[in-house]
Design a protein around this ligand. Structure first.
Ligand code: HEM
Ligand SMILES: Nc1nc2c(c(=O)[nH]1)N[C@H]1C(S)=C(S)[C@@H](COP(=O)(O)O)O[C@H]1N2
Ligand SMILES: [Mo]
Length: 387
């Protein structure tokens, strides 16, 4: 009789349903509990940091408006944690699925209504976790293979996975405590020991971490074999996300380039590059923190956004639409709320790390503001529309 006391008399006598099919001690409760705890912590970190990213840039307007400008690297840290933890969780997820998969053939499949709910929760957790990891991975490697928009699907998947996780933790709480309190069963038999198995799984997570963390730490960039972007690598020491196309390049390099300030202003502006260069210049050390996890800190120099807004006599609580030379694409413009628009570190940068901006970093003018997701650091800025 199995340990939970349910009779196995009606169990089908074939294939994986047969008693004793899964004989490895690694399918036991203790292994499941230990890996489950590590995986649960990793997923909670992913969920919390993912929600932070959501509310910073895609949530209801009031959360985006309330998103602070300090600490300047907060988003850099939360988004790095999100992607690095998600990547390192992959071996844990695979191991957990392997440890637990004999339960697929549990007999009877459903014992009572509570057990049915418990299994539904596990289904949501398994499907949601695999979906999150697969979509997240494809996204950071720029392989937009799925037919749905990534952020909304990944956001929905997060709630499904976490709903399943909450149900699963509720159902397994007692068993986990019991399994962890009992003295570890004596190691018998041949093959991989539990300790060996945990070391292999943990080691795989560690290898992934070491080969991706260089996407956020320049000193470790050479180890970043698995990272699509490396901190500190790229023109002017900064990676590039989206290079300038021919139309953008033509507009950016044209003598007719102007920075316009329009909308709700008392004196609209149209500034040439020389005029911008002759205004007071400020410097700021700020990161580009891509939503896809990589980041690099750099020294930017240019004109404070708020000085330009004051010059145009925009109101102090105005929200600004920052528009680029691009005609199309989701990143052609971004919204700058007062928190960031009035911040002394928010610049329309003309220089990066001591030289004129590279065309792929947004020449002639790009927005750089503290604690702002990279996707909103608009390049090739040609207009501030005051709303
Ligand atoms: C390999 C694992 C993962 C990777 C590589 C990954 C990657 C990403 C990326 C790149 C984003 C930014 C999306 C954007 O705004 O364009 C994101 C957002 C998010 N992630 Fe993940 N993720 C992973 C796992 C997870 C897991 C396990 C959860 C939760 C259980 C999760 C929850 C979220 C949430 C809630 C968001 C915010 C979505 C939104 O902006 O609406 N992610 N993730
Ligand atoms: N106009 C415009 N601005 C843009 C983008 C873009 O595609 N077009 N990409 C954004 C994204 S996703 C990031 S991460 C940063 C990257 O800036 P970098 O290429 O200078 O590192 O620019 C942002 N600004
Ligand atoms: Mo980005």
């Amino acid at each position: 009789m199995p340990p939970d006391g349910h009779r196995s008399a009606a169990r089908p006598g074939f294939g994986p349903f047969r008693e004793g099919t899964f004989s490895s001690r690694l399918h036991g409760e203790r292994t499941a509990a230990l890996i489950g705890i590590a995986l649960g912590i990793a997923f909670i970190v992913c969920f919390v940091t993912g929600l932070i990213s959501h509310f910073a840039q895609r949530g209801p307007e009031w959360t985006r408006e309330a998103w602070p400008a300090r600490p300047v690297s907060l988003y850099r840290i939360t988004q790095a944690l999100h992607v690095l933890t998600g990547m390192a969780a992959i071996p844990l997820l695979l191991a957990k699925l392997w440890v637990a998969y004999p339960r697929l053939w549990e007999w009877p499949p459903v014992r009572d209504p509570l057990h049915a709910i418990e299994r539904l929760g596990v289904g949501a957790l398994v499907a949601g976790s695999i979906f999150q990891v697969v979509t997240g991975l494809l996204n950071i490697f720029y392989w937009y293979a799925f037919p749905f928009p990534f952020p909304s699907a990944h956001y929905t998947g997060a709630w499904i996975a976490m709903g399943g996780l909450a149900m699963h933790v509720g159902a397994k709480w007692q068993i986990t405590r019991r399994a962890l309190r009992a003295p570890p069963d004596a190691v018998r038999g041949t093959g991989l020991s539990r300790r060996g198995f945990l070391a292999v799984v943990g080691g795989a997570s560690g290898v992934i971490l070491v080969t991706t963390i260089g996407s956020v730490i320049p000193g470790l960039a050479r180890l970043a074999l698995l990272a699509p972007r490396r901190a500190g690598f790229g023109p002017q020491g900064v990676p590039v996300n989206h290079t300038a196309g021919p139309r953008v390049r033509a507009g950016a390099e044209s003598a007719d380039y102007r920075l316009e300030v329009t909308g709700a202003v008392a004196s609209p502006l149209s500034l040439s590059l020389d005029e911008l260069r002759s205004m007071p210049q400020s410097s700021a050390v700020l990161p580009i923190s891509c939503v896809e996890g990589w980041s690099t800190s750099a020294t930017w120099r240019g004109v404070r956004v708020r000085e330009i807004l004051d010059m145009a006599r925009a109101s102090a609580d105005a929200t600004i639409r920052v528009e680029s030379l691009e005609q199309h694409g989701a990143q052609r413009s971004s919204t700058l709320y007062p928190n960031h628009a009035r911040d002394p570190l928010s610049l329309l940068a003309l220089e990066l790390n001591g030289a004129t901006l590279h065309i792929d970093h947004g020449y002639p003018v790009r927005l750089i503001a503290p604690n702002r997701p990279g996707v909103e650091q608009t390049k090739w800025v040609t207009r501030l529309e005051v709303l």
